[in-house]
Design a protein around this ligand. Structure first.
Ligand SMILES: [Cu+2]
Length: 312
């Protein structure tokens, strides 16, 4: 019996270890991209692989981390169930009491440290990449978030002293459009005249706070997928915070240039959208619509009851 358990133990550990490694290698060697793996599992909670080069890097990091966590998880679950079955109580005899097994102690101290170090290394690399600012971005957009809407200023240079070429602005009854090109480096510079807001487009897999005062938060994206995506304010900024939606419209660089030109020539946003081929309702936001804030009539949570009186 004693001889049997001494040989059985390393063999079982080896099989479990090989199983975990094989599971990891299988995903890599089967030619599946991380996007394929993520897609098969609902992107493990994320809204998809994203629409910018920066988003793809974050997505890959996320999916790879989840796969690594699952491999470790399957290995640990395997060990637990193997121990439960292999060492279940068979009689009243006290099992061998093993304490201070040095190799084991070293293993379960070093392994988690290694895992954290690897995760940290790749996180630091992706984070640095996502935060990187280029010397001369192709397009600069000043994001102005205010209670409770957005203005997007297309700028002729970087920094707060640059000039605004043209703007799109949201109102109570019109969702603001943020029209942007693919394949160009876009720098966002954020500012707010009142409180802290947060610029968030879920498909960018990214959000960044918009501060009032002297802080101009910046970040860059290079978009690679045309489409229309709803954006939100992700920082609780006041009564109508939840209604602060905008729409990011991603078009080809040529159409973007036409849009800017139409705006510069004095067209309003809907007319400029028409100039680049959007007709009818497509000239306005299609992913979201203005909310009925009822802010001038009655309290929005008591239908038809309370009247807000002027000066209150
Ligand atoms: Cu806000």
């Amino acid at each position: 019996m004693g001889v049997k358990s001494r040989t059985a133990r390393p063999r079982a550990t080896r099989i479990a270890g090989l199983g975990a490694v094989a599971a990891g290698l299988l995903a890599l060697l089967s030619g599946c991209s991380l996007e394929d793996v993520g897609g098969a599992f609902g992107h493990f909670g994320w809204p998809g692989p994203g629409v910018s080069l920066q988003a793809h890097k974050m997505y890959d990091l996320w999916i790879a981390s989840v796969i690594a966590a699952l491999v470790v998880g399957i290995f640990v679950w395997g060990l637990i169930f193997w121990c439960i079955i292999r060492y279940r109580k068979r009689g009243d005899e006290l099992p061998v009491q093993t304490r201070f097994n040095m190799p084991m102690e070293v293993l379960y101290t070093v392994t988690p440290v290694l895992i954290v170090a690897v995760l940290f290394y790749y996180t630091a690399i992706v984070q640095t990449d996502v935060d990187k600012l280029s010397r001369n971005p192709d397009q600069v957009v000043e994001v102005v978030a205010f209670k409770w809407n957005w203005q997007f200023n297309y700028r002729d240079g970087v920094g707060k002293d640059a000039g605004t070429v043209t703007s799109t602005l949201g109102s109570d009854d019109q969702i603001p459009l943020l029209v942007l090109p693919t394949d160009r480096t876009i720098r966002f510079e954020e500012t707010s005249p009142d409180v802290i807001h947060s610029f968030w487009v879920p498909e960018l897999l990214f959000k960044r706070d918009v501060f009032p005062g002297n802080v101009r938060n910046q970040f860059e994206v290079t978009l690679d997928k045309e489409g229309r995506y709803v954006g939100h304010c992700a920082e609780l900024c006041g009564t109508y915070h939840a209604f602060m939606n905008f729409e990011m419209v991603v078009v080809s660089p040529q159409r973007f240039d036409q849009f800017l030109q139409a705006k510069k020539d004095g067209a309003d946003t809907a007319a400029a959208m028409q100039a680049i081929g959007f007709a009818g309702d497509e000239r306005y936001a299609v992913t979201t619509k203005p909310f009925d804030t009822r802010r001038h009539g009655q309290s929005w949570n008591q239908s038809g009851q309370t009247q807000i009186t002027a000066g209150k």
